[in-house]
Ligand binder design. Sequence first.
Ligand code: ZN
Length: 142
Amino acid sequence: MQKISEFNREQLVERARQARQHAYAPYSGYPVGAALLARSGRVYSAGNVENAVYPLTICAERAAVVKAVSEGERDFVALAVITENGGSPCGACRQTLREFSRDMVILIADAAGNVRETTLDLLLPQSFSAADLEGKVPGGER
Ligand code: ZN
């Protein structure tokens, strides 16, 4: 498991909290904010974006990954996610994060200021990854 500094920890949760303010969650009423720290030091944040066609909704965590990867980042150190009650990342987000990291730090915060620290490996043990496709597709050695 990697370590992140207290500064990074607080900054990342704050960026997630700010992103949550821009979440678009008129259907669930459950705004989520996420902030993803890349090894470059840059932070990519996002809120969840819901849709009247419910399955088109994208979670804050996956939106942050899409922002970061589309900016050229692929190496991540930590992700902070904040909800009203400290909800944990969903399974789809865990698998999306797993594409780029096996053991990044995950900070799960609530609106009251509580922060729980875990890792992606603990949230998604024995996960499927590109390594399982080794020899099947080009670049499947991750
Ligand atoms: Zn999700």
